[in-house]
Write a protein that binds this ligand. Structure first.
Ligand code: ADP
Ligand code: MG
Length: 564
């Protein structure tokens, strides 16, 4: 018996003891794996001439065995070698950063199920034993992986005629809380396929047991009663039309949501669906989603951005990074275009003109959808911004600020007024007539900033201040320099533009008069400050710290904390 990798074991434990109410998703997970496996082989068959495979041969076959409590899901896709079986089913591929952080452990079961797109392990929510028989395409060995759960798994040789994977689930017994028998019912399975996997582009078939009326015999007596007979039919359960090719008006919100969840392994509905079809210079269908929350690895270096890329319905790349700029990297989705060459390599794709045109259009589309969300559904936008605002701010700051015009109107900042979030436009519209600058203050949290001595006088005069709490905020504002011709000004700046020339003169004079005392203070601080001066910024606080260079205290902190 081999052991699961530690993280897999914990995930498995969770699955086995799951109280998750949507156990039925195991079906969509296994079907989507089968479809992925067929995609891989189909793509290969298109690139090589001599495979002898044809699109019509590909299918996913489901079989129910009520008596022995078994569900079988079989595909004729790429299959897995022994090594692949162990690697793919014994470890969580995307685990590195997952590492089941303490905080996650305490959260609801459901969070974990969704966050990691559990995939294959979902089988253990309904099965007490799972058998995976697989034969890799081109290999003449078949292997059988088996597991009853967290104790471990075995891998042995087995007999299998053709390439592909056959998964057998031995369904759990009913408990007081859970009805597992239902998964052995053909109509339940039929409905699950319709619900979650209708768009899968290969036929999903199942032997359906049916009953029909026998034809009436010619010499039937007067009191003939119709007779019935049982028969079976291998029925295709899915419509096979990809969702993105369907007419927008005919798609229900639920269909989009289910599609998103099953395809991208999220447990929450997306915040926004963007479905667009375009013809002309380039013809493509795009189906994009803005998630409602950042995935566990979004702000880590493990995150890989990109959209799925299809060429006329055939998946050619899982994460095409060139379709999304970094600042919109949170967008999930796919693009299907007839104008792309199927055999295009990753390197060639980077220089593909069509792809650049599509990427440019998508960028515009995403931006305008976000703008309209900001305008028409503020609450939703703020939810979006909580999840991904940081990424937009990085976007403003990155590449020497060249995207600032594109992104500046999508930013929100905490405001000193009523402690709400405001856009820069709203700030400027609310500026006082004589106000020269857009004021901001940086700090750890809104409440801490609110207590800064430097903010007091400004607030007192009725000026609004932007409270910056993310490290990147101030860098972003500095690179923008100004908005709507109003310069940004840190509250810790020496000159806030509040005094007249006479007032400034008077203040200077006062410093001069008290020189000895101020110097004494400075010396007492033993070189920890550059100078001590009298300030006109203070109200109820006796002192505050100021900077006179290009960097604010907060920025210095960030820079000092950076690894060299
Ligand atoms: P994901 O599908 O997100 O990669 P899963 O847990 O669903 O994660 O599957 C893990 C891996 O196991 C897949 O990436 C794939 O390599 C392999 N796999 C699962 N099912 C099959 C199958 N039916 N045929 C071939 N490979 C499969
Ligand atoms: Mg999967």
């Amino acid at each position: 018996m081999k052991q699961f990798q530690a993280e897999s074991k914990r995930l498995l434990d969770l699955m086995i003891n799951s109280i998750y109410t949507h156990k039925e998703i195991f079906m969509r997970e296994l079907i989507s794996n089968a479809s992925d496996a067929i995609d891989k082989l189909y793509y290969k068959s298109l690139q090589e001439d001599d495979t002898g495979l044809s699109r019509d041969d590909f299918a996913i076959q489901l079989t129910l065995d009520k008596e022995n409590r078994k569900i079988v899901i079989e595909d004729n896709g790429c299959g897995m070698t022994k090594e692949e079986l162990e690697k793919n089913l014994g470890t969580i591929a995307k685990s590195g950063s997952l590492s089941f952080k303490q905080e996650n452990e305490k959260k609801e079961n459901i969070d974990i199920i969704g966050q990691f797109g559990v995939g294959f392990y979902a089988a253990f929510m309904v099965a007490k034993h799972v058998t995976v028989e697989s034969k890799a395409y081109g290999s003449d060995e078949a292997w059988c992986w088996q597991s009853s759960g967290a104790e471990g798994y075995t891998v042995d040789t087995c007999e299998k005629d053709s390439h592909g994977t056959k998964i057998t689930l031995e369904v759990k017994d009913n408990t007081n809380d859970d009805n597992y028998d239902t998964y052995l019912d053909q109509y339940t399975i039929q409905n699950l396929v319709k619900k979650y996997s209708d768009y899968i582009r290969y036929p999903i078939r199942m032997e359906m047991h049916k009953s029909r009326q026998k034809p009436k015999p010619e010499n039937a007596p007067e009191d003939y009663k119709p007779e019935y007979e049982d028969y079976t039919e291998n029925e295709t359960l899915n419509s096979m039309v990809p969702l993105w090719r369907k007419n927008k008006n005919e798609i229900k919100e639920d269909e989009y949501n289910d599609f998103y969840k099953s395809k991208f392994g999220d447990y929450e509905n997306p915040l926004k669906v963007i479905h667009s079809s375009t013809e002309g210079v380039s013809t493509y269908n795009a189906l994009l989603f803005i998630p409602s929350h950042a995935s566990y690895d979004y702000y880590t270096k493990d995150f890989e951005k990109g959209l799925q890329l299809y060429s006329n319905g055939v998946l050619i790349m899982d994460k095409c990074a060139d379709l999304l700029p970094d600042y919109f990297s949170f967008v999930r989705g796919l693009v299907d275009s007839q104008d792309l060459n199927l055999n295009i390599s990753r390197e060639m794709l980077q220089h593909d003109r069509q792809l650049h045109i599509i990427a440019g259009r998508l960028e515009k589309k995403i931006k305008s959808e976000l703008e309209s969300m900001l305008k028409n559904d503020r609450e939703k936008y703020e939810q979006f911004f909580k999840a991904f605002g940081l990424q937009l701010k990085y976007g403003v700051y990155s590449d020497f600020g060249q995207h600032k015009d594109l992104l500046q109107d999508l930013l929100l900042f905490h405001s000193s007024k009523e402690k709400k979030l405001v856009t820069l436009k709203e700030y400027v519209e609310g500026m006082k007539e004589e106000q020269k600058f857009i004021y901001y203050a940086a700090g750890e949290s809104v409440s801490k900033i609110d207590m800064l001595p430097q903010t007091e006088a400004l607030k007192d005069k009725g000026y609004e201040i932007l409270y910056l709490t993310d490290n990147v905020d101030e860098f972003a504002l500095r690179i923008m320099h100004s908005y709507s011709e109003k310069e940004f000004k840190s509250v810790s700046d020496d000159d806030l533009g509040l005094e007249t020339e006479e007032e400034k003169e008077a203040a200077k004079k006062k410093v001069e008069e008290n020189k000895d005392m101020l110097n004494f203070m400075k010396d007492s601080l033993n070189g920890q400050v550059k100078q001590v001066i009298l300030s006109t910024k203070l109200k109820s606080h006796p002192v505050c710290l100021s900077t006179d260079g290009a960097l604010s205290i907060e920025m210095e902190k960030v820079l000092n904390a950076m690894p060299n």
